[in-house]
Structures are given as C-alpha cells and as structure tokens.
Design a protein around this ligand. Structure first.
Ligand code: CUA
Length: 339
C-alpha cells in the first residue's frame, strides 16, 4: 500500500488534526489515526468503530430531540405515561446494554489480534529500558559480540514482528509510537514483553506516555524502520567499535572525554569509557537527535547541551561540566567522529 493511497482514504474529519501534527516535525504524523504498522492499525480500527458508534448514538439522540421539539411546537398531545416508561426502559437500559456489549466485543477482538501478533514475534529481541529521561536500548543476541547497546533511536527491519522486553529502572514510563503500536507501560521490577512492527520504511516518533517527572515531555525517541538489507548494514556498522581519532583536535577531544567526568557515565566502545549510567555514545554522531529528542544532532546543539544541560533539560542527570572553550571545541571535534 502506498503512502498516497493511504492518505487519500484518511477520513476527512481527521484532516485538520493530521495537518497540524504534520507541521510539528519532519518525522511523520505522530497519530494513531495514521497507522504504519499492524499494532497501530488494530487500535485505529477500534477507534474508528467506536467513533462510528458514538456518532450513530449522537444522531439518534438528536433525531429524538428534534422530533420532541417539533411535536411540542405543533401542540400535539403528550404520549401516554405507560409508553413513556417503556421507552425510558428501552432507551436507558436495553439499547445502552446492547451498544456497550458491542463495544466490549470489538475491544476483545482487538486484544485477541494483539496477542496473536505477539506470538508471531521473531527472534529479533530488543530490550528497552526507560530511565529518567531517556531510553536505553539493547539488541539481544546469544553471541556476546553481536549484542548492541544504543540509545533513543530504535532501528528495526520493515515487515518483521520485533519482540521488545520493556523494563524501567526508576519510575513508571510508557512506550508509545502512535503510528506503529499502542502504549505499553514500563514498570520498575517487572519484565514485560511487547511487540513492534512497521509495514513501511520511515522514521516514526515515539514518546513516553506516562508522567515520569520533570522532563517527561523531553523523553522522546525515534523508531527508524529500514528494509532488511539496510537494517543489516546499520547493525553491522553499529556493532563496530569507535575508530581512534586521527586529527590532533579530535585526539585532544578524546583525552578531554576520558579525563573529564564524561567517561564516568558514558561508554564509547573502543576506549576505556565503559560506564552505563548515561547513553552509549559509540555512534553518537550517527543519531538524528540528542537528549532523547530534545535537540537536533548538530554541532551547535551538542555544544549547548554539553555546556548547559541543566538549562536545556533541568533535572536531568547530565551534570554541568566545566570545560574551557578550547576543550569544548576539541571534545566536539572528537564526538563528531563517532559515526
Ligand atoms: Cu518517562 Cu514520561
């Protein structure tokens, strides 16, 4: 199904909302009504069904109201009391019970579809750990050298049902990529499984959907769905350790990184920095965004984030690190080599 044919079918009622959302960024429409994966399609189907039921009830109620007004204007006699009781019984009890039973049935069908898809999840398993306020991602593998740790940008192959293991380390978070899947909470102390599937390549924005503290709004992430070959190439590139810097400025920058507090929280594979407190930075420069979707990954934004994290994301665990202008320039030159 092409994107265009899909848009053409998008009901007119949702158009203004979708346009407003589309204007918000360059990563597509962050809406469950614009599904690009099986999970979101299940939810969207249920949403439209409930919307149709709601509109039908609304139309019937308005019809009854109009009829009553019309009759009273013409001064027609009130119906007999016995019939009023009967209609209240039907309208207030029987009809709502039938409608709610229908809604329950639709919901159960959606849940069953969701569970069926979960069973089909293939062997690609990614551990998603929610932390205040970023996403720690770990691609699992039986072979230790094929395990991959990254952050805030989840890459998946198109057309495969990926299994997610959801965990939280501090408070409850919620994993939500509206275009691909329903929400699922991450609860400290519990290991929950979930699945994710994208039907077409693209970049989909996700967002923590459970209030988790001061920077809840800045706990976003991206899901990048690739065709299988492109995904394989990405994976191999990410598995690689970082290259040793070659220019004098980048070499100086690596020294700054390892000697300043940076290395106490972050890992860069291929160096002595192995900490797991903050995001793994081995391929930082390959990511699209910084600080869990708070900033674009540009030299200016990265510099601002390093110098003033508490101004940009107050309360985050990234401390202000005192660097001279010379050290900052060198550090940026080094970080930019982490492709
Ligand atoms: Cu994490 Cu809201």
């Amino acid at each position: 199904m092409t994107d265009r044919s899909h848009r053409r079918r998008a009901p007119l009622l949702a158009a203004p909302l979708l346009l407003a959302l589309a204007a918000c960024g360059d990563v597509g429409v962050q809406s469950i009504l614009h599904p690009s994966g099986e999970g979101a399609r299940n939810v969207a189907r249920l949403w439209w069904a409930l919307f149709a039921v709601g509109m039908a009830v609304y139309a019937v109620v308005l019809g009854i109201l109009a009829r009553a007004l019309f009759r009273s204007r013409r001064g027609q006699a009130e119906p007999r009391e016995a019939r009023v009781g009967l209609w209240i019984g039907i309208g207030g009890g029987v009809v709502p019970a039938i409608i709610l039973a229908g809604v329950l049935a639709l919901t159960l069908v959606t849940l069953a579809r969701d569970a069926a898809a979960e069973w089909r999840a293939d062997d690609l398993t990614i551990k998603v750990v929610g932390k205040q306020w970023w996403w720690d991602l770990e691609y699992e593998s039986d072979t230790a050298s094929r395990r991959l740790r990254t952050a805030n940008e989840l890459h998946i192959p198109v057309g495969r049902t990926v299994k997610l293991k959801l965990e939280a380390r501090d408070v409850i978070h919620s994993f939500w990529v509206p275009e691909l899947q329903a929400k699922r909470d991450l609860v400290p102390g519990r290991r929950l499984e979930f699945w994710l599937r994208a039907d077409r390549p693209g970049v989909y924005r996700g967002q923590c959907a459970e209030y988790c503290g001061m920077q809840h709004a800045n706990m976003a992430f991206l899901v990048v769905a690739h065709p299988q070959a492109e995904y394989d190439a990405w994976y191999e590139a990410q598995l690689r350790a970082s290259f040793a810097p070659t220019t004098p400025e980048a070499i100086e920058g690596q020294r700054v990184f390892l000697e300043k507090p940076c290395a106490m929280c972050h890992a860069i594979r291929g160096t002595m920095a192995l900490a797991e407190v903050g995001p793994d930075l081995t391929h930082l420069a390959s990511r699209r965004q910084l600080a869990a979707g708070t900033l674009k990954n540009t030299r200016g934004d990265l510099g601002g984030w390093i110098v003033n994290p508490q101004g940009i994301k107050p309360g985050s665990h990234m401390p202000d690190v005192n660097l001279s202008a010379h050290e900052l320039r060198a550090l940026l030159a080094y970080l930019e080599t982490l492709r």
